[in-house]
Design a protein around this ligand. Structure first.
Ligand code: SF4
Length: 677
């Protein structure tokens, strides 16, 4: 019997069915309309991956579930007794279902009593979330359905290579592409940029100056929607005070984007009846990422796009449950329903649902990189669910040192990832199609992922692991349910009244095929596919324009490190590659790390196509095969971040943090390129 479900990878959450075999086939679903990318097509192979874990490991040796669970509970209790509750830290993931993300946050705050929980979404969407909340009062990646984009005459895509990262998404841009309305901002000439009418390739780390320049042109050439600004926004005057200083020629000097191209981009956007501005990691993963996104929001607001039917602003979420993952309490500073953990009313509401006293809930913890950086000196134990930090965290050699400094590392995964290899205890858990649960895709739509295949004997769900541990830590058994629908019912209550309100979303409604986008406050509510049409979520209903200025990357090229390095994804691989590197077809297509370099830059370093290059920064070096790409800027190299060992792009990345979102500056650092002799 074919089972309808969704792809295990990115936030588009393409619809697919799984047939006996197992075999994956695409199905009609609005975001993919019957399409899948190569990752989706080959995802069934994950279910029979040869390296599948089916037995708990204690110090690398097989152990029974009872022994492994008892051992973990005992060590956690010892460390808590000796060093206090914050001695145990928890690290979650943006690929976990809503139920897992919710129960993990509750497990940390209630069963462990620790404030030290964060997740890998901090490395993904945190700058977009911070900017969205600042401008609109609420953060939902796309405040409109993906299918709305199909009617756009113009789309400005910033730091998003959708043609490789989520290919079925491109069909929604077809009208804009055909109308000459696609504008792409990316330092690389990506597969997406190839389809653009205007490609702006700024020097890495200068996006904010470019956004100010486009706003300057829009104002100077009379394209600003003054009526919209006065009715729906505050802060234009202060914002313009900054942008007024960014003449196109000044912007050209800083970004390398010609004044003529800036004007062309604004012309494309301003002549469109329906236009969208969309950001992604390329402009968000910076030490000024929150301000960069605010600058793009300012441009969109000046053009009168957000909250207008047929137009808008949005951020393209990356991870499968990057949206839901940030709503249910696995973030250091948040409780379920997108509530702030230091808000007394929020604490009271969630504590009541959890059956505990509000005072017993810990306060905010450290953000993901700060948490990893403090391991050993701060937390003595770390529990990792749904993340592979040994590959995905910035300055990863240092992170590996911190992991080694722990007294106790526990990892739950379905394969022996690079992080699991380092663990004292590994719990073998179910993966996507072997378990039920909900995901919230990039447009805030809640999706039911049904169990399509029987898990191999020996594995348990993450929910079962949390249940078993919490009981051993002295919690009542009913406080941590193992049934995903029961967990979701509780999540609905915990989220009720919050920004991300799921109270009216039930499994029953989802099984019936209802398209439910949050907020959905009760069971008669149809959900909210489009936000902000009447008002933004601030008390006065108006959006905030934030006066932000360019400050450049934390690390600039110099004599020792004369190039800028930027990182990203390729079509065949996903995130740390822990899943996709196990799929033969994907690994055959892209088996190892590479570095994209302009041929002249490669030549100056004595390198040619296929040579192995050493790419060094102040934090480490990566070995990667040279790909000579004439479309690259001569001052920039690009590395994918999916590979382990000495091919880890994150050996060189800069962990300097955005002061608002605590996002590391993954997208730019200064490097040197050399031949390996
Ligand atoms: Fe769709 Fe993303 Fe899966 Fe590709 S990886 S099939 S774009 S959900």
């Amino acid at each position: 019997m074919p089972t309808p479900t969704h792809c295990p990878y990115c936030a588009l959450q393409c619809g697919m069915t799984i047939k006996p075999g197992p075999v994956v086939e695409p199905r009609e679903f609005p975001v993919n309309r019957g399409g899948l990318c190569q990752k989706g097509w080959t995802s069934a192979a994950l279910l029979n991956t040869p390296g599948r874990l089916t037995t708990p490991l204690v110090k690398g040796e097989p152990a029974s579930w009872e022994d492994a669970l008892d051992h973990v509970a005992q060590r956690l209790q010892e460390l808590r007794a000796e060093h206090g509750p914050d001695a145990v830290a928890v690290f979650g993931g943006g690929g976990l279902t809503n139920e897992k993300a919710y129960l993990l946050g509750k497990f940390a705050r209630v069963a462990l009593g620790t404030s030290q929980i964060d997740y890998n979404g901090r490395f993904c969407m945190s700058s977009a979330a911070a900017a969205g909340i600042r401008a609109f009062g609420v953060d939902r990646g796309l405040p409109f359905p993906v299918t709305d984009l199909a009617n756009a005459d113009a789309v400005l895509l910033i730091g998003a290579n959708v043609a490789e990262t989520m290919p079925p998404f491109v069909q929604h841009l077809r009208r804009a592409i055909d109308a000459g309305g696609l504008v792409v901002v990316d330092p690389r000439r990506t597969a997406t940029a190839e389809q653009a009418a205007v490609h702006l390739a700024p020097t890495p780390g200068t996006d904010l100056a470019l956004a100010l320049g486009l706003l300057h042109v829009a104002v100077a050439e009379g394209h600003v929607d003054k009526d919209y600004l006065s009715r729906r926004t505050v802060g234009f005057e202060e914002t313009w005070e900054v942008a007024a200083r960014w003449w196109p020629e000044q912007v050209e000097r800083v970004t390398g984007v010609s004044a003529a191209d800036q004007r062309r981009a604004v012309a494309v956007l301003s002549r469109a009846d329906n236009a969208y501005v969309l950001t992604a990691r390329g402009t968000e993963q910076h030490a000024s990422g929150s301000d960069m996104v605010s600058a793009w929001i300012n441009l969109a607001l000046a053009l009168g796009l957000p909250g207008r039917s047929g137009s808008g602003f949005g951020c393209l979420t990356g991870q499968g449950n990057g949206q839901g993952g940030r709503e249910h309490g696995q973030k250091a500073d948040q409780l379920p329903g997108y509530r702030k953990i230091d808000d007394p009313a929020a604490r009271e509401h969630v504590a009541e649902v959890w059956g505990v006293e509000p005072e017993s809930l810990p306060g905010p913890g450290k953000s993901a990189y700060e948490l990893l950086d403090s391991l050993g000196a701060g937390p003595r134990a770390l529990m990792v669910f749904g993340s592979n930090v040994a590959v995905s965290a910035p300055r990863s050699a240092h992170v590996a040192e911190r992991l080694a400094a722990l007294d106790f590392l526990v990892v739950a995964d379905f394969v022996l990832s690079e992080t699991a290899v380092l663990a004292d205890v590994v719990f073998p858990v179910t993966q996507w199609a072997e378990e039920g649960g909900t995901m919230t895709n990039l447009e805030g739509r809640v999706l039911l992922r049904g169990r399509a295949v029987t898990p191999p004997p020996g594995v348990r769900t993450d929910l079962e692991v949390l249940h078993e541990l919490s009981v051993r830590l002295g919690q009542p058994a009913e406080r941590f349910p193992v049934d995903e629908e029961a967990v979701f019912s509780e999540l609905r209550k915990a989220s009720a009244g919050g920004a991300a309100d799921y109270a009216g979303i039930s499994y029953e409604r989802l099984r019936a095929g209802e398209a439910l986008h949050w907020p959905c406050p009760d069971e008669t509510h149809p959900g909210t596919p489009r936000l902000f049409l009447d008002r933004f979520a601030h008390a006065d209903g108006k959006a905030r324009m934030i006066a932000v200025d360019h400050r450049g990357p934390a690390e600039l090229p110099d004599d020792d490190y004369p190039l800028s390095a930027t990182t990203g994804r390729v079509l065949q691989h996903y995130q740390s590659g822990a899943q996709t590197r196990r799929i033969p077809e994907l690994t055959a297509a892209v088996p190892e790390a590479f570095v994209e370099v302009h041929p002249d830059t490669a030549g100056r370093a004595g390198l040619g196509e296929g040579d192995v290059a050493r790419v060094s920064s102040r934090r480490g070096e990566v070995l990667a095969k040279v790909r000579c790409v004439p479309g690259m800027r001569t001052d920039t190299v690009f590395l994918p971040f999916h590979f382990p060992g000495d091919q880890r792009a994150n050996l060189i990345t800069n962990p300097v943090l955005d002061p608002i979102s605590r996002m590391p500056e993954f997208k730019v650092c200064a490097v040197r390129l050399e031949a390996v002799t």
